[in-house]
Design a protein around this ligand. Structure first.
Ligand code: 8X3
Length: 247
């Protein structure tokens, strides 16, 4: 039995990950802003504590962790899932507030929570930090700009942690999905349902459950195995030629 903290647990990947661990008799701490969604998730997981908190609220985050009951306090696995993309416009047309928000959630909040949770893992010589990166952190595409750059940070942060944590037995893994069906596109397209649905239509995209399976597999491998990065795409998604703009 492990204690697993999942951020962004109210929907999509986070919810599926929380459920996967919960259904397998692990203790889940589900963290997200939307309390009603967390409460409905809690009903589906036998041992679940909910933390209704904005992952960007440093003080709130710290205090929330302190309120956890004793048997949930020692976190074995941190799943840094909360993250978002905002906009798909070329850089010169983007709203800088969107860029700042992505940096705040995908980079600052993720690093802060990791910084908060890591010392007790090192002390116990046991733990696993799992980050949700993206193929966008590795393969640039038009409109990916800051989103892709934040996910490149996530990947390199995870690998850097591996280097720092040598000899501590603490594992670090970056899961890097491609096109996956969730609220992700609705958020990216600022609530434009038609555009979000059109993206997934006919694409046979990855499902939150697929990502949850990958996270669970990585987390439950024998302790001597560390998956550094795990890149996954729907079979329908692949690479295209580099563009050449002609005069
Ligand atoms: C998002 C994956 O393929 O939409 O992290 O860029 S993709």
């Amino acid at each position: 039995m492990m204690v697993v903290l999942v951020t962004g647990a109210s929907s999509g990947f986070g919810r599926a990950i929380a459920k996967k661990f919960g259904e397998n008799a692990h203790k889940v701490i589900a963290l997200a802003r939307r309390k009603d969604k967390l409460e409905s998730l809690q009903k589906e997981i036998p041992q679940c504590e909910i933390l209704s908190c904005d992952v960007c609220d440093k003080e709130g985050l710290k205090q929330s962790l302190e309120t956890l009951p004793k048997d949930f306090k020692t976190i074995d696995i941190l799943v840094n899932n909360a993250g978002l993309a905002l906009g798909i416009e070329p850089a010169q047309m983007c709203d800088f507030n969107d860029w700042e928000r992505m940096i705040e959630v995908n980079i600052t909040a993720l690093s802060y929570l990791t910084h908060l949770v890591l010392p007790q893992m090192v002390e116990r010589k046991n733990g696993h930090i799992i980050t949700l990166g993206s193929i966008a952190g590795k393969y640039p595409y038009p409109g990916g700009n800051v989103y892709g750059a934040t996910k490149a940070f996530v990947r390199q942060f995870a690998l850097g942690l591996r280097a720092d944590l040598a000899g501590t037995n603490v594992r670090v893994s970056d899961i890097e999905p491609g096109l996956a069906e969730s609220e992700f596109s609705l958020v990216r397209f600022k609530g434009d349902k038609e555009r979000a649905n059109a993206l997934y239509q006919g694409s046979n995209a990855l499902q939150p459950q697929d990502i949850a399976e990958a996270v669970y597999w990585v987390a439950t491998l024998p302790k001597h195995i560390n998956i550094n990065t795990l890149e996954m795409m729907p079979t329908s998604q692949s690479f295209s030629a580099l563009r050449v703009s002609k005069a």
